[in-house]
Design a protein around this ligand. Structure first.
Ligand code: GTP
Ligand code: MG
Length: 331
């Protein structure tokens, strides 16, 4: 879709391109953000601009906090699967234990805090899709690894942990929310619209209360519900006994807000083994862009088998697809 941009926007864009310092670039980008018309047709430009502003803000702050801490991109983890979910939580809460339960990854687990020092990815199978989970070092008021800021921006959602074996579990979890906020990461319930401030990165979040097998877990769970019950969807689990894990797997897939679309070639059966996973509400053109970059512009129509269509019905490039549709793209 074409976006009509006001002339001042192009002036700011020119200043951005000429700017020599990150600070000047950021000023120009923020002007562009204010001038950009915010509607459906400009969604892609909005997203690109937001990412640039967020990245540059992080970069400037990391440089300020000393060259040693500006470890930009040291732990860049390539995205894989239907989406990426970052584990944020207090020390010793059972983050690595959960990763070990849900994926084939083998992180160190130990009965003392600060065991995990680096991000550790793992792939969780969910039906015929896979979700990338990233275990992270613990977060506390006085303990924050700066690379977490980068890893969380690259994530689509977060799991926030609460330790039901710890009397101070709720306070420790609140400290995590507050600490990531200082790094401009806002943990919000799924379905919340993103912050208007492009420097703030919004992460749809599921709260996971761990160690439900602990003998005093029930009373601490009451406190957790009172503190966070309305703030985030809550899942109560025990990595040790396996309680709540099937439900959590589903929630981790659902929080990504994607659907499964199977593609087929004309005259051939559909490939039902590895679906594409565009965001719910995506059109034929958006799916085509995931199949191949160039296809997003060149696709003209599609034949669709699934819900809301007759089998094999021909639809246009702006047709909105539904979960589990089978699609044959035509250029
Ligand atoms: N009782 C019980 N203990 C658990 C459970 N999950 C983890 N633990 C224990 O909690 C301790 C910490 O587990 P980790 O998985 O290392 O916790 P973490 O959050 O990754 O810890 P850090 O990396 O240090 O932040 C270990 O002794 C685990 O065995 C559980 O479901 N029940
Ligand atoms: Mg750990």
């Amino acid at each position: 879709m074409a976006v009509n941009l006001p002339p001042h926007y192009h002036d700011a864009d020119a200043r951005y391109k000429k700017a020599q310092t990150p600070e000047d670039k950021l000023v120009a980008l923020k002007e562009m953000w204010v001038l950009l018309p915010k509607h459906k047709a400009s969604e892609k430009v909005q997203a690109e601009l937001k990412t640039k502003i967020s990245e540059l803000t992080d970069q400037i702050e990391q440089t300020k906090s000393g060259p040693k801490k500006a470890a930009h991109g040291v732990f860049k983890i390539p995205r894989q699967g239907a989406g990426t979910i970052a584990f944020v939580g207090p020390p010793n809460a059972g983050k690595s234990s959960l990763l070990a339960k849900l994926t084939k990854a083998t992180p160190a687990v130990a009965p003392y805090p600060f065991t995990t020092r680096e991000p550790i990815p793992g792939m969780m199978d969910y039906e015929d899709t896979r979700v990338q989970l990233i275990d992270l070092p613990p977060i506390a008021a006085e303990h924050y690894e700066h690379f977490i800021t980068d890893i969380t921006r690259a994530a689509d959602a977060a799991v926030l942990f609460l330790d039901l074996a710890d009397d101070d579990g709720a306070a420790a979890t609140q400290a995590v929310i507050d600490r990531v906020k200082l790094a401009r990461r806002e943990l919000v319930p799924p379905g919340t619209t993103a912050s208007d401030d492009p420097a703030i990165y919004t992460l749809p979040t599921i709260l996971v209360a761990t160690k439900a097998d602990d003998e005093a877990a029930d009373i601490r769970l009451e406190i957790a519900r009172e503190t966070f019950g309305t703030q985030f969807p809550l899942h109560v689990i025990s990595a040790e006994r396996g309680d709540g894990l099937p439900e959590l797997r589903k929630a981790l897939y659902d929080v990504l807000g994607v659907m499964r679309i199977y593609t087929k070639q004309p005259g051939k059966p559909a490939d039902m083994t590895s679906p594409f996973t565009p965001l719910i509400g995506s059109t034929v053109a958006e799916l085509a862009g995931r199949v191949h970059r160039d296809l997003e512009d060149t696709v003209k129509s599609a034949r669709v088998w699934g819900t809301a269509v007759h089998d094999g019905q021909t639809v246009g490039r702006d047709h909105v697809l539904n979960d589990k549709d089978i699609v044959e793209l035509h250029t």
